[in-house]
Design a protein around this ligand. Structure first.
Ligand code: GCB
Length: 578
């Protein structure tokens, strides 16, 4: 699905702002005095805990006027994200329904609206997570009758309209989709889908707008002479303008290749070493609401600290983030929202007897189909971003359990079918070791999450170091693939200090990271390190958390903890060497 853009043939009205908001409602006029900001999660906007803890549908509503000049055009409503399920009504008519909280959807509403006139736009959002949603969760009813949502991941289940909503015009016969695959010699393979079979022309423009290649036909291969590559830290973007009679759409792209060869991760044929973070979309008050000020500032901090990459843990991020990464040469590992497919982790936290993760009664066919759909929508949305160098299709699944292979094999195949150009990975949980993991051979890169010195060997970095080295060497030796640390981190209260190895202090976070780095530097197949987490973030309540997860190298309001300076020294010196 193409991102809405204003072009000579398409217009856009941004519908962000204040919308009427209520927990009870439907397509009819909402009976409420509340207003909610869009984009923002609704949970932290209000002081009423019934809203924060609400489980089920919540309703957003506003009047929208269709521009007068749009008569004769198709009118499309585009929701960048409705977490986790959305229903869109134009006046009383249901025009779209979508499941999956982090990918966009749209509806052609031409038949229901008139140029120059107003309509009542209502969007219902549902935050329920179940055994067949991605991510999964469970709803229980407490003794006093309240519905309660639990889930198998630690970040808070923020919900609402956390990204933009758009009203778009487009011609009746239009460009529907564009796929671009590049090679280092400037070869550009393209495929343009149109709403009807019509002649297609394409032009490639360089960053200055000069035409550098052109072709005809819905699919084809053209070549940019003297191509400038997109490189990490040195981005360069071209635009492929797809034209048909009456419509044109400019699709930005970069020319670069990605390849796994032996134990190396190659971008443009050169070994790449990932430095950076697992992150979250998480800020005070907005929750997961996209915010351009935080976008700019977070990328500034990543640059300051020497991070060349990040993983979109644990869901697809706003498209603005992906485009920013393209423009600024930051490398992205793009993750689906499949976090928590692991009942052993849940039983470890709750003391409940373990149930098999993959079974018809737990995560079976229906979960896998939801997961497949999440992969389809992620690849469809992000396939043309040069910054995206790898798909991560799950975080910490029970890859050591029976049924894991049967569950994952078709999903890996699907990902490769959808995009044969990018490596595929998953992030492995502590319980999945090189001895008992059942799926790693299906993937290209070993992404390992480990917390030795935090959850295991807490406060004992010497023991942690031996455990970690043994563990990582086992993976490297058994699989002979590139290996990276996709999560390592220690909760840290800013301002807490100690001369000893005392968990939660700023010194401990730094010593913990340094211990990890000593081990990484001893393992040849190592291709990267992503600290958990870029910044502190909100979680559900739990005795492991103090107002959220404090493993941030920056606080939630983006101030550096001591470890930030140590990381900066390491990553800036690595940038010179690796
Ligand atoms: C993990 C998860 C991540 C958590 C982290 C933690 O393994 O992948 O989502 O936030 O551990 O801090 O416990």
């Amino acid at each position: 699905m193409l991102k809405p853009r204003s072009t000579p043939t398409r217009e856009l009205v941004n519908l962000d702002g204040l919308w009427r908001f209520a927990l009870d409602g439907g397509p009819g006029p909402l009976d409420t005095t509340l207003e909610a900001a869009v984009p923002a999660s609704y949970n932290d906007l209000f002081t009423d805990s019934a809203i924060r803890d609400h489980v089920g549908w919540a309703w957003y509503q506003r009047q929208v006027r269709v521009p007068r000049g749009w008569a004769g055009e198709r009118v499309v409503l585009r929701v960048d994200a409705a977490t986790h399920q959305g229903r869109v009504y134009v006046d009383d008519v249901l025009v779209a329904e979508h499941v999956g909280g982090y990918t966009p959807f749209e509806a052609d509403i031409t038949e229901h609206v008139r140029g120059g006139q107003e309509f009542r736009l209502t969007i219902g959002v549902n935050n329920e997570l179940t055994g067949t949603t991605i991510p999964p969760g469970t709803i229980t009813v407490s003794a006093d009758g309240r519905r309660r949502q639990t889930y198998l991941h630690d970040f808070y289940n923020y919900a609402g309209l956390a990204r933009s909503v758009w009203l778009c015009s487009r011609p009746a016969v239009h460009v529907e989709d564009i796929t671009i695959v590049t090679a280092m010699d400037g070869t550009v393979e393209y495929a343009v889908e149109t709403s009807e079979p019509v002649p297609v022309r394409v032009r490639v423009l360089d960053a200055g707008g000069a035409e550098v290649a052109a072709g005809e036909g819905a699919t084809g291969t053209i070549r940019i002479e003297n191509v400038t590559l997109w490189r990490p830290g040195a981005p360069y973007l071209y635009e492929l303008v797809a034209e048909i009679d009456g419509d044109l759409y400019p699709q930005p792209f970069g020319v670069r290749t990605v390849e796994v060869r032996g134990t190396e991760f190659l971008i443009n044929g050169e070994p790449f070493y990932f430095t950076g973070f697992g992150r979250h979309e998480d800020t005070p008050v907005r929750g997961k609401g996209h915010d351009n000020a935080y976008l700019v500032h977070d990328f500034q901090l990543m640059d300051w600290i020497g991070a060349n990459s990040f993983r979109t843990s644990h869901y697809p991020y706003a498209e603005e983030v992906m485009e920013f990464a393209d423009r600024h040469g930051i490398v992205v590992i793009d993750e689906t929202a499949a976090v928590g497919l692991n009942l052993a982790v849940a039983s470890g936290l709750t003391g409940a007897p373990p149930r098999p993760t993959f079974s018809p009664d737990t995560f079976g066919e229906a979960t896998r189909e939801a997961h497949a759909q999440a992969i389809r929508e992620l690849v469809a949305r992000d396939k043309n971003h040069p910054s995206v160098v790898m798909w991560c299709i799950a975080n910490e699944p029970a890859s050591n359990e029976e049924g894991a292979r049967e569950y994952f094999e078709p999903l890996v195949e699907l990902t490769r079918e959808l995009d044969p150009t990018r490596p595929v990975s998953y992030a492995a949980v502590l319980f999945a070791t090189h001895d008992n993991d059942r799926i790693a051979d299906l993937f290209d890169v070993l992404c390992i999450n480990r917390y030795y010195g935090w959850y295991v060997a807490t406060g004992d970095l010497a023991t942690a170091e031996t455990y970690l080295e043994h563990d990582l060497r086992g993976w490297a030796d058994r699989f002979g693939k590139p290996i990276m640390m996709s999560e390592y981190g220690a909760d840290t209260m800013p301002g807490l200090h100690s001369v000893w190895d005392t968990p939660w202090t700023e010194e401990y976070q730094q010593a913990y990271l340094e211990m990890n780095h000593r081990v990484f530097d001893r393992i040849e197949a190592f291709v990267g390190e992503h600290v958990w987490n870029f910044a502190d973030f909100q979680t559900s309540h739990g005795i492991h958390r103090v107002d959220g997860n404090k493993k941030g190298v920056f606080t939630r309001d983006r101030r550096p903890k001591a470890a930030a300076h140590a990381l900066r020294a390491r990553w800036r010196s690595l940038a010179g060497r690796k």
